[in-house]
Design a protein around this ligand. Structure first.
Ligand SMILES: [Zn+2]
Length: 217
């Protein structure tokens, strides 16, 4: 029952400098929230899913530093500076800012919006863990926008993941107290579920749809 970390060396694809970063290799959790935030045993390991360059503030998953990825997607230090000077960046707390910046970099690089949405969702989780509701709302709205874009453009290849993301849009709307949109997306989720192994998702959707109708958030 432990969370493990290791320190790795990275070469920044943005400024070319080398730095070391602590990365999480294994987490332990017991249960999860209805938007899949794991209930971590011990300290929040989420920030250590990303590696940040200490010179130019480029930030991404360890695999974003692979030679193949850094050749495929270019980014320069002035773009990072621009992201950090956005008015919205000033509202995001330190605990979540790396996910916001990584999401904006993915936007610049026009990566699959599903992955961009996931970065913003993780940022929203970090805000919830420190009870910063205002910043959580900003990041939940961004997550919804990119998950919807991924569904619209069919950028998610696994049909089971399509159902999960459709549910997440509904659940995020419910958390934002937009009951009408939540209702529509929960109904859409039920229609996407065909795999019997996704019975758990069907049950979860029905439970959250009921909460949406009968409870005040
Ligand atoms: Zn750098």
């Amino acid at each position: 029952m432990t969370t493990n970390y290791k320190t790795e060396s990275f070469t920044c694809p943005c400024c070319g400098k080398e730095f070391e970063s602590k990365i999480v290799t294994m987490i332990t959790h017991e249960g999860q929230d209805s938007d899949f935030l794991p209930h971590f045993v011990g300290a929040n390991p989420l920030p250590f899913y990303l590696a940040k360059c200490s010179y130019c503030n480029y930030v991404g998953y360890p695999e974003d530093y692979s030679v193949e990825n850094s050749h495929k997607y270019s980014i320069n230090p002035s773009q990072i500076k621009k992201i950090l000077s956005m008015p919205l960046a000033k509202k995001i707390p330190n605990e979540a800012i790396d996910f916001f910046v990584a999401g904006k970099i993915y936007e610049e690089q026009k990566k699959n919006p599903y992955f961009t949405g996931n970065l913003y969702l993780r940022g929203a989780w970090c805000c919830r863990l420190i009870e910063n509701r205002k910043a959580e709302i900003e990041l939940q709205q961004l997550a919804i926008r990119f998950f919807k874009l991924a569904l619209d453009k069919s950028t998610i290849s696994n049909p089971d993941t399509v159902s999960v993301v459709t549910y997440l849009v509904g659940e995020l709307y419910r958390r934002l107290e937009d009951r009408k949109s939540a209702r529509e997306w929960f109904e859409a989720t039920v229609e996407t579920i065909i795999d019997p192994e996704q019975q758990w998702l069907l049950e979860l959707t029905q439970k959250q749809a009921e909460l949406n109708e009968y409870l005040i958030n």
